[in-house]
Design a protein around this ligand. Structure first.
Ligand code: HEM
Length: 47
């Protein structure tokens, strides 16, 4: 998982997908995606 994307860019990538990564906006609610972004930010800040 990259260290450079801003939270908003992570959210967009989860919603729309990118390259070989599929979109998740039909599978995950907005709340679920927001929770994922928070989780990823937290994991990133630990290092
Ligand atoms: C809920 C599950 C997932 C989350 C939260 C997630 C999140 C992310 C994020 C944040 C990135 C951007 C990383 C960066 O550029 O720094 C990324 C990239 C990527 N993900 Fe996922 N991902 C998920 C599931 C998947 C799945 C199921 C696949 C493949 C079947 C996948 C394939 C990829 C690929 C190939 C990239 C690189 C895309 C590119 O830049 O071309 N991801 N993912």
């Amino acid at each position: 998982m990259g260290r450079r994307l801003k939270p908003e860019a992570i959210k967009i990538q989860i919603q729309q997908g990118k390259g070989a990564m599929p979109p998740f906006q039909d599978a995950l609610s907005d709340d679920e995606i927001n929770a994922l972004v928070r989780y990823l930010e937290k994991a990133r800040s630990k290092k």
